[in-house]
Design a protein around this ligand. Structure first.
Ligand code: GLN
Length: 201
């Protein structure tokens, strides 16, 4: 029975904990480095990535997070969390740092101002045929990925068709959108299965 942490510095932590509990998994808030030793996997929620990274730096979490990721801890980042998992950023804020882990370039606030929030169906490899109704809130997209990163989903229609919005590299998963806000638990279920499959501790 895995315990999955949700980084609780800023952002929509509670929604992720609720989805985990709905799936019968223990979800626990992570605020300090010792919390990282008590979890089998971690979710980095949506919110504001600059604020989150500054708080993570202040609470001396950046290096421990990098160490755990380097050691194979499964991590799922949504939106701001995707930004934190990117090895390279475009349009980052002054002084913004990422944690890194996925060999990809992510563009912040990529979908632009007019479309700060929108919904679109996205088909995601590994969660079944039925597209997920994805919610994008001032979302990033994945500008490019290196070999070794699997693209799981892209926008299928409209002006942003083809933009990558879901990726996986080994035990690391990231989406531009917020499945925790939809009641569709399939992406979280995929992550829980990744955690169960990864003998990490
Ligand atoms: N625009 C935000 C950022 O740069 C991300 C928005 C979100 O997480 N919904 O961090």
């Amino acid at each position: 029975h895995p315990v999955i942490g949700v980084l609780a510095l800023q952002g929509d932590t509670a929604e992720h904990v609720r989805v985990l509990e709905d799936l019968g998994v223990t979800g626990t808030e992570v605020r300090r480095r010792a919390d990282l030793d008590a979890i089998d996997g971690l979710i980095l929620p949506g919110g504001e990535s600059t604020t989150m990274s500054k708080l993570a730096a202040r609470y001396e979490l950046l290096e421990p997070l990098r160490k755990h990721i380097g050691g194979g801890m499964p991590v799922y980042g949504t939106c701001a969390g995707m930004i934190l998992l990117a090895d390279r950023l475009l349009d980052e804020a002054e002084g913004q740092q990422s944690i890194g882990g996925i060999d990809m370039t992510v563009r912040r606030n990529a979908f632009g101002r007019q479309t700060e929030s929108f919904e679109a169906p996205v088909a995601i490899d590994g969660i079944g045929e039925e597209p997920l109704e994805a919610i994008f809130i001032r979302a990033p997209w994945v500008e490019s990925v290196a070999d070794g990163v699997t693209v799981l989903g892209s926008v299928t229609r409209g002006g942003h068709a083809g933009r990558i919005v879901a990726v996986r590299q080994g035990p690391l998963l990231a989406t531009s959108f917020h499945p925790e806000l939809t009641g569709d638990t399939r992406v979280h279920r995929l992550f829980v299965d990744m955690v169960k499959g990864q003998a990490y501790s």
